[in-house]
Ligand binder design. Structure first.
Ligand SMILES: [Zn+2]
Length: 587
């Protein structure tokens, strides 16, 4: 009997954005590639278990089961589904959540060059596509689950499990929490905003990486005009196979592509996800939001600025790639190539954003640290940025919104993290075991505690050790790295903080107990040499003073204040679309 080769990927149909985005009345769907596996009923795979239980109606829907592969081929039971199937078949909903979650997981694993775990001990994330009758969707660490609600809209039932960006957003929370477990700790306004902003960045870039979505958005009537309102009303940006260049400047595309998609995403789902794309598309570049505006201390508003920065960079990269295309006729480009370049730009930026996580410190990160992480992670794998200027556009976009990188870098390549200063002792540690053994990494840290700027005499722990194999995008060249994180924890009386150079918040009683965290991420090359130590020192006087002042003013030290943020609570607040909840953030 001939052996049938096992496929590594399979195609499954998903809703490309959400049922609000349609072409000629038909809900836009897309077949996406995801890791192949023989699924149990659910679908129930090696990393995702769809359990379709509705706790509001106490109904357990029939699990979706896939036919056994014939000749190694895995069948998609929902190719080109009708609107009725998309909206009404709970089994399609089960496939949709399964495929979107697997796609995001695969993107993280590809970008980071290793397996990526969830934030909890188990291997399989539970996903409930019709979890409850409510306009909400959230990631629950306690339940090891993503829970998607449904509710009555103006035109029938609205299912949050059918919105690609909502499913991708929640999946990103579960992955980010696994990679950087301390990012939900109370810290700076930036860190509070990062979880939400980053989840939206991943969600939106993964939507823009779908060709059908970009294509549909370009086809939509640009009746508001692509040239700042001066052009002919009712003009179409795209004519058949051609598209006019004048609609393809970053400014025009912000008005057309971003605003149009935001509008198409529909009002009804805004109860679940807020309107991250619409809000961020409105934020024209300015350094004032983050520096001067009280409103942008609230985590969602601040997260929208991160989304605006990344989307702005996306449009500039896309426009630059289009400049390199030949004009089919004067003033017009080939539509298919425009779509292709947009999807590729989104996909590459998505990889960059995820890779940057490995180059971020494990505690107290700020947007400026994320910039240095983005630039350095990309520089390591793709030193030459001259083809599409991804890093140059990102640097400029962050600067336009008032965020300068934490690190100075070189004159030729600003913003990169520095290699560690000082001599490091590696004589007594074995790199072979340092690639997987936390005790070995701890020994390395201990022997080099002065060079690595550890605070002496406090609890120190290695959180993770992760070997990775990343693939360069242009030439497929492999880059081997090992990423290890450590953190330090110590408790002080407020009255003693001055011994570390830290100022206690005014009015804070001297006996108040204050816990300080510090920590770093170590990046080793394939020979065991430490390339970077991205750290936030426990006794970093300026950062700790600022952090304590912020938390004190926001009531974190009040009796009964919650220690950790709860995603369902945050999302509920977002759903209520309240602008006045900033003071309740930690309650
Ligand atoms: Zn969220």
């Amino acid at each position: 009997m001939a052996l049938v080769p096992q496929l590594r990927t399979r195609k499954l149909t998903i809703v490309a954005q959400d049922p609000g985005v349609r072409t000629n009345g038909r809900i836009l769907t897309e077949e996406v590639d995801i890791p192949a596996e023989e699924l149990a009923e659910g679908p129930h795979g090696y990393r995702v278990h769809v359990i379709d239980y509705d706790s509001s109606s106490r109904l357990l829907y029939k699990p979706l089961s896939y036919p056994r592969p014939t000749n190694g081929a895995l069948v998609d039971p929902f190719t080109k589904p009708s609107n009725d199937v998309v909206l009404k078949d709970p089994q399609f909903h089960a496939q949709n959540v399964y495929a979107v979650v697997m796609r995001i997981l695969a993107r993280f694993e590809y970008a980071l060059g290793r397996r990526v775990g969830w934030s909890f001990q188990g291997h399989q994330l539970k996903v409930a596509p019709h979890a409850f009758a409510d306009a909400n969707a959230f990631y629950s660490k306690r339940d090891e689950a993503l829970l998607f609600g449904y509710f009555q809209g103006h035109r029938g039932t609205v299912f949050s499990c059918l919105s690609h960006d909502v499913v991708a957003h929640e999946t990103t929370h579960a992955l980010l929490d696994g990679l950087r477990e301390r990012y939900i700790d109370p810290s700076s306004p930036d860190q509070a905003a990062f979880h939400e902003g980053f989840a939206d960045v991943v969600a939106l870039l993964s939507v823009f990486a779908l060709r059908n979505v970009i294509s549909a958005i370009l086809d939509l009537d640009t009746s508001f005009s692509g040239d700042n309102g001066r052009g002919a009303r009712g003009a179409k940006a795209a004519h058949g196979k051609l598209i006019a260049l004048k609609y393809l400047t970053p400014a025009a595309m912000r008005e057309s592509v971003l605003m149009r998609l935001a509008k198409e995403m529909g009002e009804e789902m805004s109860g679940v996800r807020g309107q991250p794309l619409r809000q961020s598309a409105k934020l024209a570049p300015s350094p004032d939001y983050l520096k001067k505006n009280e409103e942008f201390l609230e985590p969602h508003r601040r997260g929208e600025v991160l989304v605006a920065i990344m989307m702005n960079a996306f449009l500039h990269v896309w426009a630059e790639r289009l400049e390199a295309l030949g004009q089919v006729r004067p003033g017009y480009l080939d539509r298919g190539r425009v779509v292709e370049e947009g999807a590729n730009a989104a996909d590459y930026l998505l990889t960059m954003a995820i890779r940057a996580l490995d180059y971020c410190m494990p505690v107290h990160m700020e947007f400026r640290d994320f910039v240095s992480a983005l630039l350095t992670a990309d520089h390591e794998i793709r030193p030459d940025d001259s083809k599409y200027n991804f890093r140059a556009h990102l640097r400029k976009s962050f600067r336009d919104y008032g965020v300068e990188p934490s690190a100075k870098g070189e004159a030729s390549e600003p913003g990169l993290w520095h290699p560690p200063y000082g001599r490091l002792c590696t004589d007594r540690t074995h790199f072979e075991s340092m690639q997987r053994d936390r005790d070995e990494v701890f020994r390395f840290i201990w022997e080099n505690r002065k060079t690595l700027e550890l605070y002496q005499g406090v609890y120190t722990r290695v959180l993770s050790v992760r070997p990775c194999l990343r693939i360069a995008p242009d030439d497929g060249f492999p880059l081997r790295e090992t990423v290890a994180e450590y953190m330090q924890i110590a408790e002080f009386r407020a009255a003693d903080l001055h011994k570390l150079g830290i100022k206690k918040p005014k009015d804070m009683p001297p006996e108040t107990k204050v816990t300080l965290y510090g920590g770093g991420t170590l990046i080793f090359d394939e020979f065991g040499k430490l390339k970077f130590c991205v750290n936030n020192r426990l006794d970093h006087a300026k950062r700790q003073t600022g952090r304590l002042k912020h938390l004190w003013e926001y009531g974190y030290f009040n009796p009964g204040a919650a220690v950790r943020r709860q995603f369902f609570y945050i999302h509920r607040l977002r759903a209520l679309n309240s602008r006045s909840y900033e003071k309740e953030e930690w309650s």
